[in-house]
Design a binder for this molecule. Structure first.
Ligand code: GTP
Length: 156
């Protein structure tokens, strides 16, 4: 279990155990790989980030993850694996988010991208991501680096 503070100084707990904070979290985040590149999206307010969002009513978390990848990047999920979960204690409420690792088989151009400008492909996540204004705040705490380490250990 890791504990730290995010970009907005909210307390974060992160774990790579099996659903330590909630069995049905309401948020998902998906680290995507397409043709040996990282697949991100450009969020209209927040900037570059891995896709994700909220689990809808009567939807499983993994189904939400697959849907969000499609809506935000046009990516079709081939395989998806749960890798961990984090909890952010915000000013108003606490959210719990599942982290997934997905392999994307195909990128299908969408008519429009929900809240985003569509796909961004990167060979590497830059070293200076935490200070780079083009990147979303959700890419700027220990969740990203620790999740990438977990993925490298387990899948790459
Ligand atoms: P809306 O209905 O869109 O207003 O969403 P909400 O406020 O119910 O939830 P939202 O997804 O906006 O998350 C609430 C707060 O949690 C945000 O303001 C962020 O500060 C924080 N948060 C959400 N996702 C993340 C994340 O991936 N990382 C970090 N560090 N904080 C997050």
């Amino acid at each position: 279990m890791y504990r730290f503070f995010d970009y907005y100084h909210n307390e974060v707990h992160l774990s790579f155990e099996d659903h330590p904070f909630s069995t049905n979290p309401k948020h998902v985040w998906v680290i995507c790989r397409y043709e040996n590149k990282w697949l991100l999206t450009k969020h209209s307010d927040r900037g570059y980030e891995f896709p994700g969002g909220k689990v809808e009513a009567n939807e499983t978390a993994v189904a939400a993850a697959i849907r969000e990848v499609k809506e935000e990047t046009g990516g079709i999920v081939e395989t998806i694996n749960y890798i961990g979960q984090y909890k952010v204690a915000g000013k108003e409420r606490t959210i719990v988010k599942n982290i997934y690792y997905a392999i994307i088989s195909e990128l299908i151009k969408q008519e429009g991208y929900f809240e985003t400008y569509g796909p961004i492909l990167l060979d590497e996540i830059p070293e200076g991501v935490q200070k780079d204004r083009r990147y979303s705040f959700i890419m700027k705490d220990e969740v990203l680096q620790r999740s990438l380490m977990e993925i490298k250990k387990r899948f790459l």
